[in-house]
Design a protein around this ligand. Structure first.
Ligand SMILES: Cc1cc2nc3c(=O)[nH]c(=O)nc-3n(C[C@H](O)[C@H](O)[C@H](O)COP(=O)(O)O)c2cc1C
Length: 178
């Protein structure tokens, strides 16, 4: 299976980078092909809603690093979003990439894929992950993609908070059991 992994944290050695690595180790172990992008390190413009893509066969007005992601987005069997919780949602860097899916909406809705989520946040409230869960479910519903598993690490402010915890194991197993 080809798996596109989109991480969204500016911390190269942070909580979610660690969980993403665990996921990838599990997936590679199970024989899957991983294509990772750290959206926080790429040059990706926010969508400006100009609808240029609608009138130009899905071609965006911006020729930026999203062009590296699009071919893999189209051909991947599964997409994994990995993000720290920022104000109860994904980071703006990752959201910018999701918004740029818009240019390929029609094609993406015709291609069956599975969407997975790994999120980590410092809060321990039982509602802390509610908004991001609903967001991912809504994206799946809109695109007609299947909902994959979610690893939702709460009380997780740094890599140390998830090392040798159930979250590390869950991320590894998510990769293994795609
Ligand atoms: C701007 C900002 C907003 C944040 N908002 C939340 C939040 O809404 N809920 C939460 O639980 N943690 C929040 N956090 C904490 C991070 O999600 C947490 O530290 C996470 O482990 C960082 O992951 P990373 O090291 O992979 O970047 C926020 C941190 C920052 C910098």
């Amino acid at each position: 299976m080809k798996v596109l992994v989109l991480t969204g944290s500016p911390h190269p050695h942070g909580t979610t980078a660690f969980l993403a690595d665990e996921f990838c180790l599990g997936a590679i172990d199970a024989g899957h092909k991983i294509v990772p992008f750290n959206t926080a390190k790429l040059n990706i413009h926010s969508c400006i809603g100009c609808y240029h893509c609608r009138e130009n066969d899905g071609n965006c007005i911006y020729d930026d690093d999203m062009m590296q992601i699009y071919p893999h987005l189209l051909s991947a069997d599964a997409v994994v979003l990995v993000t720290p919780l920022y104000y109860f949602g994904m980071t703006s860097q990752l959201k910018a990439v999701i918004d740029r899916f818009f240019a390929l909406n029609t094609v993406l809705r015709e291609r069956s894929k599975k969407l997975y989520l790994i999120a980590a946040g410092n809060d321990i409230d039982d509602w802390a992950m509610d908004a991001i869960k609903v967001h991912i479910k809504s994206i799946c519903r809109y695109l007609g993609w299947k909902e994959g598993d979610m690893v939702l690490a709460t009380g997780a402010n740094t890599q140390k908070d998830v090392e040798n915890t159930e979250y590390q194991l869950m991320a590894r197993n998510m990769g293994k059991n795609l």
